[in-house]
Design a protein around this ligand. Sequence first.
Ligand code: XMP
Length: 509
Amino acid sequence: MQHNVLILDFGSQYTQLIARRVRELNIFCEIFPYNHCPTDLSSYKAVILGGSPYSVRSEDALHIDLSHIRGKLPILAVCYGAQYLAHFSGGEVAASNIREYGRANLSYIKENELFFEKVNFHSQVWMSHSDTIKHLPTNGVKLASTNDVENAAYKIEGETTYAIQFHPEVYHSTDGKQMLENFLVKIAQVEQSFTPNAFVDDCVKELQEKVGNDKVVLGLSGGVDSTVAAVLLNKAIGKNLYCIFVNNGLLRKNEFENVLHQYKDMGLNVKGVDASERFLAELTDVEDPETKRKIIGRVFVEVFDEEAHLLKDVSWLAQGTIYPDVIESVSVKGPSATIKSHHNVGGLPDFMKLKIVEPLRMLFKDEVRRVGATLGIDAELLGRHPFPGPGLSIRILGAITPEKVRILQEVDDIFIKGLKEHGLYDKVWQAGAILLPVNSVGVMGDERTYEKVVALRAVESTDGMTADWVHLPYDFLMKISNEIINKVKGVNRVVYDISSKPPATIEWE
Ligand code: XMP
């Protein structure tokens, strides 16, 4: 059985980062909210208690019963976890009278401790707390200090329990990953066996057991997640996988044909359904972005359902859900407020009553890409920028017409091709063009023109939650702007969006 590490989340913004670092060590791990800790711990080899925005001293401190974990499994307690262990096990935590936030350097490390093996003596660590551990818990032994923080790290004698007040998972803790490795590999003896190849082998076996000879239907979107999910399932069950790729008429220029072609080349059993006219007819005169999203979501479900019904005896719906969506839906704070109703196009229509299979539900995005590469999926397909489910509809501000879709497809195509030709595409997290609902005056030859304005947007980001505009070279922007105005009939002005998120968003609608 795959060795597994349990990470208990107390609401820290860094919990997912801990999981990412653990996975980078080729160790499998799962995050659970502190109040939904699994009762059966037999598959876990170690437990990490994460940080929290709460104080262990406050009335609303988050409490957990550790009696079935402590002394039974190796524990690494980070930040809140470290303070929690101290405060409720015979030690003392108090408000700190100095700022314990940001970079610090270790000034003392206890000798011959496995936890600090290969860690530099003055190693930089990242602190982020307003409380501090004044007295260690019963049987606590100090392992490290900084100039300001006496009990930066400790262990509990007689147990395999370690605690650190700093965050090993953040990049600024320069030896943080080494400490995680020391704890997990040397101390807890967890196997480093979670590799993309091992994942593919296990996943294919599990899918075969789960699905057997049943038929599975899957909605392909052209994106990385649904593609990797399809290729995995194809490997497991072959022709019993039926893929449906819907053209909503709001994809990029030639995308439907090109991607459909690629899918077929990959050996997928895929049906392309061109429902462009149906989507565009339903969107006639619709200006409100949320209404656009809802219509597209509904029509997608209708089309998908009709197609799925044409297939006989399908019992499973496969989805490309990935781990951040899974964690989000059970987070300590509950699902975060949706600012835009992000339809995950391909979502389950309730009335289809199909069982769900989600082969990627334990993977982070970068892991999905690595698994995709292991499966031999084309690097260009795996490196594609994210593209919203409602497609160009939310980049055409105001009402949508076939002519506006055509204009935006041309503009977008010039921009995206340009990014690729100039080696900029992979440096950008997401890029696209927006058709504005205004006309501007221009001159072409001796003629006055009164035509559309387009905005170009290119952002850097890691997860789309925050983003910054990319400083694309002026020469590049000049070339793209000229090409758009010269080649795309109906556009006489190009602007570049220099807003970050927050306070702006990536999409304009
Ligand atoms: P925003 O505009 O909220 O976008 O900063 C963040 C990320 O989400 C994508 N996005 C969507 N994806 N359906 C989707 O599937 C939607 O309705 C939707 N709206 C925004 C956006 O492209 C960016 O990657």
